[in-house]
Design a protein around this ligand. Structure first.
Ligand SMILES: NC(=O)c1ccc[n+]([C@@H]2O[C@H](COP(=O)([O-])OP(=O)(O)OC[C@H]3O[C@@H](n4cnc5c(N)ncnc54)[C@H](OP(=O)(O)O)[C@@H]3O)[C@@H](O)[C@H]2O)c1
Length: 304
């Protein structure tokens, strides 16, 4: 179902799709894109929350925001959104793959100790994430990595119809290769010259298989926040691959900072509005800007 606020559609304007747009960082990104004159398709898997978010944004009459239902793990939903964009706008200028889940239950009291510093994770006897079951690990990988991948594959033809296409993948500092202790994975996934989609998919498959068999420690995977780390490493690597494969599409990934949203139990150093500045900066990069980079907020960082 779609509900629209704002002015008439012009194909001359920039069109953006934001996943997981009804709350948290995604909502902040939708607002800032709209305030920059971008026509935003705010999507979320929860129709009620999405429609409610659009209703609340009516207080900004100059925003042009449409809601469309989207569960990024449902390929039928993705196809239906793509048909909607194709029929209504004929192109897509900006795709923000923001939707994400943690892969377990965050213990917010323990998270306070980390203060957003993932480096502390390996040294702690009290990890802030509990209940990392196989089902949650699978859901985390399906949402964070395969959701980003299927959205990207589906929307590439529409992005290639734009004069200035941009893809912004919301990864995490956890999505740096150093957080996977397995050296051969670090080497293989870090080697951009020889990286393939097959290698990223194989990393994710062997992680899930080792998770199921109880072999995470034995095969040098992270043992805490493991699905989140592996899924975000996959998102970061996939970003580089897409940037290389489609030079016409400026594609980057970003760690937005430690943000006060539901996933962090409202802990964090940045509000969603403040953290949205990085992804929005990447969405609005001028033509000719670098592609295939990892940003930590608004600064270029490394994939490792
Ligand atoms: N907060 C931080 O400190 C932080 C740090 C690094 C990276 N990130 C990343 O930033 C992104 C946004 O996170 P957040 O902090 O805003 O968390 P959040 O408040 O928990 O929001 C997550 C969003 O993702 C959506 N989502 C989850 N599964 C989905 C699915 N299958 N299909 C479509 N949408 C789905 C949720 O939709 P519903 O409302 O329907 O559940 C929600 O809108 C995530 O990718 C996260 O990993 C956050």
């Amino acid at each position: 179902m779609a509900a629209t606020i704002g002015g008439p559609v012009s194909c001359l304007s920039r069109i953006a799709v934001v996943t997981g747009g009804a709350r948290g960082l995604g909502l902040g990104i939708c607002k800032q894109l709209a305030s920059n004159g971008v026509k935003v398709v705010l999507t979320d898997k929860d129709e009620e929350k999405g429609l409610d978010a659009v209703e609340k944004l009516k207080q900004f009459p100059h925003f042009d925001i449409t809601f469309h239902h989207l569960n990024v793990t449902d390929s039928t939903n993705i196809s239906s959104l793509s048909e909607f964009i194709k029929t209504k706008f004929k192109k897509l200028d900006i795709l923000v793959n923001n939707a994400g889940v943690a892969g377990g239950i965050i213990d917010h009291e323990k998270l306070k100790v980390f203060d957003g510093k993932i480096e502390k994770l390996g040294k702690s006897a009290n990890p802030f994430i509990i209940g990392e079951t196989y089902e949650r690990a699978e859901k985390c990988v399906s949402t964070n990595y395969y959701g980003t991948k299927t959205m990207t594959e589906t929307f590439i033809p529409l992005l290639l119809s734009s004069q200035s296409p941009r893809i912004v993948n919301v990864t995490s500092r956890c999505g740096k290769l150093q957080y996977i202790p397995n050296q051969s994975i670090q080497k293989e996934i870090g080697d951009i010259d020889n990286l393939t989609e097959g290698k990223i998919d194989e990393m994710v498959r062997s992680f899930l298989s080792d998770f199921k068999e109880g072999n995470l420690r034995k095969n040098n995977w992270p043992t805490s926040l493991s699905a989140y780390i592996v899924s975000k490493v996959a998102v970061s690597a996939y970003t580089r691959l897409i940037a290389k494969r489609y030079p016409a599409i400026c594609t980057n990934c970003i760690h937005p900072g430690f943000v006060r949203t539901d996933i962090t139990g409202d802990l964090g150093t940045l509000s969603a509005e403040e953290a949205a500045k990085g992804p929005v900066m990447l969405a609005l990069l001028p033509d000719g800007s670098p592609s295939g980079l990892f940003y930590d907020q608004t600064e270029v960082s490394s994939f490792t």
